[in-house]
Design a protein around this ligand. Structure first.
Ligand code: NAD
Length: 261
């Protein structure tokens, strides 16, 4: 299927995990993709892989999604390079620091908010004008069941707060942008096998009290273990494509029933 022939997508956090899998899938289906990430080596690998799928379809852009100046420049570069913008997958995120609330520093709290919430805001702020000028667009935001359906991850209060905030932001944006035919949907994965646990930065004092994230068998009744990045990529691709043209403001959980336990 070539659902994205002639379309351009920005994917944030495209150097790893869910963003990477989505970039590969959409490139296979014809999209040009700007890979936004701050880890350059990994992103360069994804760029190479995409260019093997279709020469010239990928552009790696070194950007911290929480920086307004860098995001504005990165979006401009993308549009100049590919000539327009149709799809935005605001996916970059970190677990951030985890631990008891009274042990978390203001810097811990702000960093998680900056990446997960401000980064999402900026991913829309600078891209909306380009989709408006096309008269159409599709935006997908990666939230999480943590903060929306599941609250059992001890110490994840900053992360879960940002993930809940992303759902509200997506719904506000969906209503605001409907008259421009720009759709905004939000997905909440359960545990997915990716590198995200490496983004957790417990401070030294916190290290002793942080409870490791374990994934007991049966935690996702539909699967043998955690979900795969490709599972989320399939859903995101559907939401990015015209097959979902009547869906906006939707919050879709993709967790193998983990949050029902
Ligand atoms: P990952 O760590 O494998 O990939 C995330 C990518 O985002 C990395 O390449 C990282 O370098 C990049 N990134 C982080 N901060 C950035 C920044 N400020 N600017 C640009 N790039 C940045 O993790 P993943 O699991 O694929 O995470 C993707 C999204 O999925 C996140 O929003 C995460 O909260 C969400 N999520 C993940 C899970 C899971 O179990 N893995 C579950 C629910 C939701």
């Amino acid at each position: 299927k070539q659902r994205f022939a002639g379309k351009t997508a920005i994917i944030t956090g495209a150097g790893s995990g869910i963003g990477r899998a989505t970039a590969i899938k959409m490139a296979r289906e014809g999209a040009n993709i700007a890979l936004f990430d701050l880890v350059n080596e990994r992103t360069a690998d994804v760029e190479r892989k995409l260019n093997q799928i279709r020469k010239g379809c990928a552009l790696a852009v070194d950007v911290d999604t929480s920086s307004p100046e860098r995001m504005e420049a990165a979006v401009k570069k993308t549009v100049e390079h590919f000539g327009g913008l149709d799809i935005v997958f605001a996916n970059a995120g970190i677990n951030g620091s985890i631990g008891p609330i009274e042990e978390l520093s203001i810097e811990d709290w702000q960093r998680t908010l900056n990446v997960n919430l401000t980064g999402t805001f900026l991913s829309l702020k600078y891209t909306i004008p380009h989709m408006k000028s096309k008269g159409k667009g599709s935006i997908i935001i990666t939230s999480s069941i943590n903060g929306n359906r599941r609250f059992a991850s001890f110490g994840f209060s900053p992360y879960s707060t940002t993930k809940a905030g992303q759902v509200a932001f997506a719904k506000m944006a969906a209503l605001e942008l409907a008259k421009f035919k720009i759709r905004v949907n939000v997905v909440s994965p359960g545990a997915i096998s990716t590198n995200i646990d490496q983004s957790t930065e417990p401070t030294e004092e916190l290290e002793s009290i942080v409870i490791p994230i374990e994934f007991p068998e049966g935690q996702q009744p539909l699967a043998d273990g955690p979900g795969k990045p490709e599972d989320v990529a399939n859903l995101v691709s559907f939401l990015a494509s015209d097959e979902s043209s009547h869906i906006t403001g939707a919050h879709i959980v993709i967790d193998g029933a983990e949050s029902l336990l």
